[in-house]
Design a protein around this ligand. Structure first.
Ligand SMILES: [Zn+2]
Length: 208
């Protein structure tokens, strides 16, 4: 924990002082980010670091495996859907980016089937990506590819699944169809540091 306190001191003395006007403006006027970024909780893929973003620039939502559940307005505690609603309907962001990443622990557990009954929440959450897992395993194993290929395919599929589920939210679909909101699928390979974007025409990830 001492590292964090040291880090805060450095932040307070340098970054905060260097950006004092920005923080004052954000405090006085409120936030007005144009981008909602949905990423994974994984400590290695911090969106603010990857995109060198300033405070106020991105509204960031992180959860296990960057998943968005289907639209389901009921009495459940929908943390992800609540954040999406606030960003889209409250902040009126103009872009939603779903950022997947390589070596995702959530996807690894899903592929290797280790999210069994032993977890209280993770297995149920990862169920959102179950179809991706089945597809990835069927495609790669029938082609004689190793389990790593299935993992990579599933990691990228989580992005497509989240984008598809975002379109089940009626106020997102409406804004997308009116051209007031754009959805993007990106993938960060933390081994090589490369970023890929999902091309909607070919439905494949292309290097940026
Ligand atoms: Zn992850």
């Amino acid at each position: 924990m001492e590292n964090l306190m040291d880090g805060f001191r450095r932040f307070r003395e340098t970054y905060f002082e260097d950006h004092r006007r920005l923080f004052e403006a954000l405090a006085a006027k409120g936030q007005n980010p144009k981008v909602l970024l949905i990423g994974c909780c994984d400590s290695r893929v911090d969106p603010a670091i990857i995109f060198d973003a300033q405070p106020g620039e991105m509204f960031v939502l992180r959860n296990v495996a960057n998943l968005v559940p289907p639209y389901a307005p009921d009495q459940g505690h929908h943390g992800t859907s609540a954040a999406v609603e606030f960003a889209v309907c409250g902040l009126e962001v103009e872009h939603i980016v779903v950022l997947g990443h390589a070596r995702c622990g959530g996807v690894r557990a899903l592929i290797e089937g280790s999210t069994g009954a032993e977890t209280d929440f993770v297995s149920g959450w990862m169920h959102i990506a179950r179809s991706a897992r089945d597809r990835a395993l069927a495609l790669t194993l029938s082609a004689g590819q190793p389990i790593e290929a299935a993992r990579r395919m599933c990691e990228q599929e989580t992005v497509a699944i989240s984008l598809g589920n975002l379109m089940t939210f009626p106020w997102i679909r409406e804004k997308v169809e009116q051209g007031r909101l754009m959805l993007h699928g990106w993938f960060f390979d933390l081994d090589s540091g490369e970023l890929f974007r999902l091309d909607p025409i070919s439905n494949t990830f292309l290097a940026v």
